[in-house]
Ligand binder design. Sequence first.
Ligand SMILES: [Zn+2]
Length: 376
Amino acid sequence: MSKAISYFQQNRERIVELLEELVKLESPSLNKPSCDKLAIFLWDQFTSSGIKATILEQQKVGNFLRVEFGQGEEQILVLCHLDTVWSLGEVKRRPVRRQGEKLYGPGAYDMKGGICLALFSLKAINELGLSLDKRVVIIINSDEEIGSHSSRPLIEAEAKASKAVLCLEPSLPGGKLKTSRKGVGVFTLRIKGRAAHTAGDYDQGVSAIHELAHHILRIHKLSNPRRGLTLNVGRVEGGTLSNVVAAASEAEIDLRFIEPANGEKIAHQLYNLRPRLPGISLEISGGINRPPLLPTPQNQKLFKRVQEIALSELNLRLEGGMSGGGSDANFTSALGIPTLDGLGVDGDGAHSVDEFVLLPSLVERGALLTELLVRL
Ligand SMILES: [Zn+2]
């Protein structure tokens, strides 16, 4: 049996306790003080295990953590994020709890479980005395759930120095790795019309809400779900009172796509929206945030090697699948660096109140990551 499997079996309770701690330390992407606190907690976890870790101070978002382990010419980059989509207080409403082989709690599956795997795989290599002929760099950012605007340059620079990127986002429910991900765009449409009282001078008004209604229908029609292309107007705002013709309105649009050309085409169409009613002005902002993660030849080669290692060392059959969401792996794959995502924990319910981690996956995936870091 793999030494790594026994290590993770023996340490399972410690890992679960760490995961519970991480969930309790809430870390909404937009709350810098909370994310900073978690970054310090993690820094302490790594350094007290004799692993080099550096806090990277940030102005706008929570501080990042950079971990460096081992020595060698080659580098493997491991990606984690410490932020969650949950606001402060969620863990009071939904305390972390174990039920059989599941652990429930906000952010446990996406992706505090993955952080536990990263830490314990390095500890396993240390404590088992496994030989590592390369450098492992782990980046834990704090703005992944809001688009990684601050961390993207760092992630891309580290990726360019790496021969492979392993992203510890959770696996697809059921354990499949994420071998492709859709590209993501976010756009805001702002419309200005002219206010008027509906009683006296209705004719003088130009409704920004009426205008927006036209665009919502058109935008939704651009979707082609069969080709993996979807547009969603997910937030609208506008007007003041029912007896006032609305002077302003606004909509936020989410775009998901598989083929890069489709994403570009839609972005172009959105930027070319023109007013339908006389007297309207409109403005569109935003753009494509994450390019798609595609099964490129270099990604497929890495996945094949990972499947071989999983089978020979852990008797584990790994499959791949597609995720509709983007991650930081999209950035590194688009640079042409061999990238594999979904190597974090198994479970289900990311971004939902039913989010859980399957505890046995902490052992299985921890051992897998350890074997990969050593053997890739
Ligand atoms: Zn995530």
